[in-house]
Design a protein around this ligand. Structure first.
Ligand code: FRU
Length: 465
């Protein structure tokens, strides 16, 4: 352990102990979502299952609720409901990751956890930090017990990546297939085009470039946080593209991949994952035969945020969602079935004048309906054009979330499911065909839930983190 590691670990533990009571006193503190003990959270990282324990890491800025240098925060759970907080796994304490242990992924194999991540380095000087002045290093951390780090290494630097790229090459996602290891990395070319690099290895340590995936025409200038996976025989490339025309600051979605992603292939149409205000940088992993996904419930560089920085913390992840392929090949997202165990008490019919802080709502509408949470977050569905529109009718709940977010459904809306925590709503329409994810900040006294145009049930949920 180097001295910087030792001091950062002490400082992080000290600030967590000192500031946690203030964070926990926030009325908008979440009850069943993964959130940082203090400070800042962004992307989910290193999702995996070790034995019967789920491990979730996340981009963590312990010293600054507005960001700060990124560490890897860590929680684990046996049931996807109760998350045990573990010490920080990766600190920005080496020359190759000193300005952030950026996003990455995990492989559990041969009795060790292999954590691939991007070491971010910003050099002093007058640089644009896109074409010059920045190192994005491919790094590996190894932990034999899954809780403490034994060693870490820099495997590749920018000089090792293919020609024609800017310094922005990050967010390794690694998996094993047919006895080999594969990696996707998000990148920005010198022509400001978003691409994904595919790399291959036989030993987990030495990686060679195999292919570059992109669209024929530029689709944004940078593709962050790639994920490449197969569902029902179809491959999908998920990315978070920056610089595309979309309702939020950045996009987030997936392309079906036609052909072999190791060689000749094309990307099909881009499908956004989410139609709400707060969903970015999702990652998935295989849990036996099902694919689970977590997303970051926020949007980088957005002109809106949360009121929680005043309590010393910021942001959270989504609930774990099961990804499946629909009959038309588009992806469905639904809460992991384990979340049903959060239900407590008998369901009450809507409307509800005094809803609990955490609840689940289900409805089977037959036509137009409007769902209104806390008197100011409204989802309006119109059968006529099969459109669903989410908007804040009361700006005091929005913390700057402005304008509407709209989705066209592929079929009439016949099912609605909402998971609401203290300051978030995840709205699943038509069994996860369309999802709206958003933070909202109701006053404690105004937890009304109305559903006009349809009957619905509200289930109180246990509010444990
Ligand atoms: C996405 C992202 C990643 C990067 C990380 C840094 O939100 O910008 O590309 O690795 O956040 O925290």
């Amino acid at each position: 352990m180097n001295a910087l590691h030792r001091d950062l670990a002490r400082l992080a533990a000290r600030i967590e102990a000192a500031d946690a009571p203030r964070a926990d006193a926030d009325p908008h503190r979440q009850r069943f979502h993964i959130q940082p003990p203090v400070g800042w959270l962004n992307d989910p990282n290193g999702l995996c299952k070790i034995g019967d324990e789920y491990h979730v890491f996340y981009q963590y800025g312990p010293f600054d609720p507005e960001g700060g240098v990124k560490h890897w925060g860590h929680v684990r759970s046996r049931d996807l409901l109760h998350w045990e907080r573990l010490p920080v796994m990766l600190y920005p304490d080496a020359p190759y990751d000193c300005h952030g242990a950026y996003s990455g992924s995990a492989l559990w194999e041969d009795g060790a956890l292999w954590l691939y991540y991007t070491g971010n380095v910003k050099h002093n000087g007058n640089f644009d930090y896109i074409r010059a002045g920045r190192g994005h290093n491919l790094c590996l951390g190894v932990s034999r017990d899954g809780v403490t780090l034994d060693e870490k290494h820099c495997l590749m630097t920018n000089a090792d990546y293919p020609a024609g790229l800017t310094c922005h090459v990050r967010d390794p996602k690694v998996w094993k297939q047919d006895g080999r290891y594969y990696m996707v990395l998000g990148a920005r070319t010198l022509e400001d085009k978003g691409v994904v690099l595919v790399l291959e290895s036989t030993d987990r340590l030495h990686w060679t470039h195999l292919n570059t995936l992109t669209t024929p025409e530029p689709f944004g200038y940078m593709w962050e946080c790639p994920d490449l996976f197969e569902l029902d025989g179809q491959w999908y490339l998920a990315v978070s593209p920056q610089g595309i025309d979309c309702p939020n600051v950045y996009g987030c979605g997936y392309f079906p991949v036609y052909g072999d992603w190791r060689g000749d292939c094309t990307l099909g149409d881009f499908h956004p994952f989410d139609a709400g205000y707060d969903f970015y940088a999702p990652q998935s992993f295989l849990d036996g035969t099902r694919r689970l996904q977590f997303g970051w419930m926020a949007m980088p560089d957005a002109p809106y945020g949360t009121p929680s920085a005043a309590y010393g913390w910021n942001h959270c992840l989504t609930v774990p969602r099961v990804l499946t392929a629909g009959p038309d090949g588009t992806l469905r997202q639904n809460p992991a079935p384990e979340l049903a165990a959060l239900r407590c008490g008998a369901p009450v019919p809507l409307p509800c004048a005094d809803a609990p802080v955490c609840f689940e709502l289900t409805a089977a509408p037959a036509g137009d309906f409007t769902l209104t949470l806390a008197g100011g977050l409204a989802l309006q569905y119109t059968e006529n054009d099969q459109s669903a529109v989410l908007r804040f009718t009361d700006p005091t709940l929005a913390c700057g979330r402005d304008g509407e977010r709209r989705a066209r459904l592929a079929a009439p809306c016949r099912s609605v499911r909402v998971l609401a925590d203290a300051s978030s709503a995840e709205i699943f329409l038509n069994d996860g065909e369309t999802v709206f994810t958003t933070r909202y900040f109701p006053a404690q006294t105004a937890r009304t839930v109305r559903l006009d145009g349809a009957a619905g049930l509200l289930y109180p949920l246990k509010g444990e983190e």
